[in-house]
Ligand binder design. Sequence first.
Ligand code: F6P
Length: 375
Amino acid sequence: MKTQKRLGILTSGGDCPGLNAAIRAVVSHAIVTYDWQVFGIPYATTGLLEKKTIPLTLHGMDLRGMNPLLNMGGTILGSINKGDTLAHIDEIIAGYQALELDALIGIGGDGSLTILEELHSEGNWQFIAIPKTIDNDVAFTEKVVGFDTAVNTVVEALNRLTFTAASHDRVMIVEVMGRSAGHLALQAGIAGGADCILIPEIPYSIKGVCSHLQELRDNWGRRFGIVVVAEGAQVAEDSCCHTECKIEKPSCGMGQYIANEIRNCSHNQLDIRVSVLGHIQRGGIPSAGDRLLASAFGKAAVDLIARGETAKMVAWQNGQVVGVPLKKVINKSPSLVKLDNFLIETAQSLGIYVGKQGRISRLKDSLGSLPLGYS
Ligand code: F6P
């Protein structure tokens, strides 16, 4: 008698939009094309440890002919975001064996993929990874599930905040996620029309931010300002405006810190408000881009399993989905914004301050005219 392959799937680490679309694609392709059984593992490795599964069927993906999973944020499987998993490595491997799984697909970011890589090689599991994270910091892939929606969410917030900032001639500080990678701040900042984008990779100068805002106000008639700051942005050593200024990691959050410093620097001349977008960036309905990517990644992951491949991550490279060795990905992640990234130059060309190297006046000197959008 032919036995059906038993495929497990889990989501690990911080959630993001598009996880359910990836689960849907895996379930559909595994059942329709290969006639496998698919089991969701609740709460990532906790589910393996506790030997729990959620049967995933085509019928379960479908609600009266509709596909709610395609556009539902979060993850129906639940997730965990804590670091003590490897303390239970033997129990997790025993749990996987007890569930009699033939292969596993893990959807995770940089941290989760590192843990899952260790688990699958210790347990000798057939394992394929799908990258996801709103930080977009997984190496060897140009796209990850969740990032596109998060960029759109931040841009939507910037659209709204720009109107209110302009109405009151205010400086709006918008703190976004990104502890070590600034991709989200950089891309959303450019697309959302920010005046300053402060990312972890390029230390910013408080004096630099203040004089940039002042310059926009005095010389170019721009009476409000939008500053996008990543939660992990770094303050440059020599950038303080006053003696009490401290440059170590602020306990109040980077948005509030820069607001306080600009206030001091400008001698309370600027009216400043802070918006911390927080987990709003992780929730929401996945964008069309994330649904497409999640669907393509889900299909590709199942095909890799069918071909007997293991220890690979599906990745988007040059318009194609490919499989790359997971070990290689882990050794190169997190993938940060490089200083020669074309988007840094793009931001500068638009007159955006992006850290110590991005002064608008330098741009004015080199272009001999005002950047787009300023008159
Ligand atoms: O890794 C994604 C991320 O969104 C980071 O940018 C952020 O610092 C972190 O997750 C927040 O995680 P938590 O949900 O544990 O607060």
